[in-house]
Design a protein around this ligand. Structure first.
Ligand code: 1HN
Length: 379
C-alpha cells in the first residue's frame, strides 16, 4: 500500500483517473488539474464605424415603435465575445435613437449608465425627477438605481452612445430591474438643477446635502470640457499616454463620476502622438471630434468623428490625432483602482515589443517546463 501511495502520476495513470473521477463526482476539482489564471481574455480590440451604424439606427427609428423597444438601441458587440452583446468583458456600448415627440419610459436598474451625445439636440434624460437637456458631446450620468426616462422636445432624431456596467453587475449577480408603474416618473426638481448646483466644479452650495456614492452632477457639458481642454493645451502636451486628458469627477469627492466607471475626455493636438502603454481595465473610446489613428495590440485602427472602439485590458495602445481630436473614454478602472487591481506600464523600449509601425512583435515566450500529467486540464 505504501509503495502505491508514493507512485507519481506517470507511474499510476489509472489511479489518477480514478482519483479525478471520484473528486468530480463530489462536484470538486483538484487545483492542479486546472490551468489556473492563464485564461485568455475574450475581449478583442475593435472599431465600430458610425457611418455603418447610422443608417441602421435611422431604419430602426422608422420601423421600431418605442412601445416595442422601450429603448431603441443597437449594441456594439465585441467579436471576441460570441455568447453575448457586450463591448468588453465588463462594459456595454450601444447607440440609441429617439424621435421628436417620443418618450422612452421610466425604469431603474442596479447597473449604472452614461450617455455621450452623438447628434441632435432637444432631448432630455430625466433622472429621479430632474430633466437634463442634452447637446452633442455632453456626458450625462444615470447612476445605478435611479429612475430614468428620455424624452425628445426637438425637431430631428437624436442619437447618443450609452455606456453601461451591466456585464460587471451581472458577473457579481447583483442585477435588478424595475419598470416605473406609469410610463413617466413625475418631475420633482427644476430642469438642469444639478448643473446649476454643481456645474461650476469648485463652488459648492453650502445648504444642499448629497450622500450617494455617485456624482450629484447629471450633465457634464461639452462646452465646458472643451474649453478646459483647449486651455490646458496651451500649457503643454499633457499625459504622455493620453494627451491633454481630464477625468469627469464627482465635484464633492474628486472621485469618479460613477462609482464603477472612470470617464475621461482627451484632446490630441493636430499630429500629436502618444506613447504606448497598457493597463488593466477595458476601455471604450468614442470620438467626439476629429480623426486619427490608434495602434492597439500592434494593429492600426483609423477612426473619425462619432466612431467607437475598444481597448481590452492589459493591451498596448497609443493614439495619434491627424487633426485636433477629442476622445471620450469610459472604463472599469474605477472598480480596479478601488480594490488595488489597477496596474499600468509603459511600452519599454528594447523589450522585444514593436508597436509603433502597426506590427506587433510579442516578447519571446519564456521556456516552460513541459506539462506533466498533473498540470493538464482534465475537465
Ligand atoms: C438602458 O436602461 C438604457 O435607459 C440604454 O437608456 C441602454 C442597455 C442595457 C440595459 C439597460 C436607457 C441599456 C439600458
Amino acid at each position: 500500500m505504501k509503495a502505491t501511495a508514493t507512485k507519481t502520476a506517470q507511474e499510476a495513470p489509472d489511479a489518477m483517473e480514478r482519483f479525478y473521477e471520484d473528486v468530480k463526482r463530489l462536484h470538486g476539482r483538484a487545483l492542479w488539474q486546472t490551468e489556473g489564471p492563464s485564461k485568455v481574455p475574450p475581449t478583442v480590440p475593435y472599431l465600430w464605424k458610425y457611418r455603418d451604424f447610422r443608417p441602421l439606427l435611422f431604419r430602426a427609428a422608422d420601423i421600431v415603435p418605442m412601445e416595442l423597444a422601450e429603448r431603441r438601441a443597437l449594441f456594439m458587440a465585441n467579436p471576441g465575445i460570441l455568447h453575448d452583446w457586450q463591448a468588453s468583458n465588463s462594459l456595454l456600448a450601444n447607440l440609441q435613437i429617439i424621435k421628436p415627440g417620443e418618450v422612452a419610459p421610466s425604469h431603474r436598474h442596479a447597473a449604472a449608465a452614461l450617455r455621450l451625445i452623438v447628434e441632435g439636440s432637444g432631448a432630455y434624460t430625466a433622472v429621479d425627477g430632474e430633466k437634463s437637456y442634452m447637446e452633442p458631446g455632453d456626458f450625462v450620468t444615470t447612476p445605478g438605481g435611479t429612475w430614468h426616462d428620455h424624452g425628445h422636445e426637438g425637431s430631428a432624431p437624436m442619437v447618443w452612445l450609452d455606456g453601461l456596467d451591466v456585464p460587471l453587475v451581472q458577473f457579481l449577480e447583483a442585477s435588478s430591474y424595475q419598470a416605473y408603474p406609469d410610463w413617466k416618473h413625475p418631475l420633482t426638481r427644476p430642469d438642469d438643477a444639478s448643473l446649476r448646483l454643481y456645474g461650476s466644479g469648485s463652488l459648492k452650495p453650502t445648504w444642499v446635502r448629497h450622500d450617494a456614492k455617485h456624482s450629484p452632477l447629471l450633465n457634464y457639458k461639452f462646452s465646458q470640457a472643451y474649453a478646459t481642454l483647449k486651455s490646458l493645451a496651451e500649457l503643454g502636451e499633457g499625459s504622455p499616454y493620453d494627451g491633454i486628458s481630464v477625468e469627469y469627477v464627482n465635484p464633492l469627492t474628486g472621485g469618479p463620476a460613477l462609482p464603477t466607471m472612470t470617464c475621461c475626455a482627451s484632446l490630441l493636438r493636430p499630429g500629436q502622438r502618444t506613447k504606448a502603454h497598457r493597463h488593466t481595465g477595458s476601455t471604450i473610446y468614442h470620438v467626439i471630434k476629429g480623426k486619427g489613428t490608434s495602434v492597439i495590440a500592434g494593429k492600426t485602427y483609423d477612426w473619425e468623428e462619432k466612431d467607437t472602439f475598444v481597448v481590452p485590458s492589459w493591451t498596448y495602445h497609443e493614439h495619434q490625432g491627424a487633426a485636433e481630436s477629442v476622445l471620450f473614454s469610459y472604463s472599469d478602472a474605477a472598480v480596479l483602482k478601488a480594490f488595488g487591481l489597477f496596474r499600468e506600464e509603459p511600452l519599454a523600449e528594447n523589450d522585444g515589443h514593436q508597436q509603433v509601425t502597426g506590427k506587433f512583435e510579442p516578447l519571446p515566450v519564456p521556456e516552460r517546463a513541459p506539462p506533466t500529467q498533473s498540470r493538464k486540464r482534465r475537465v
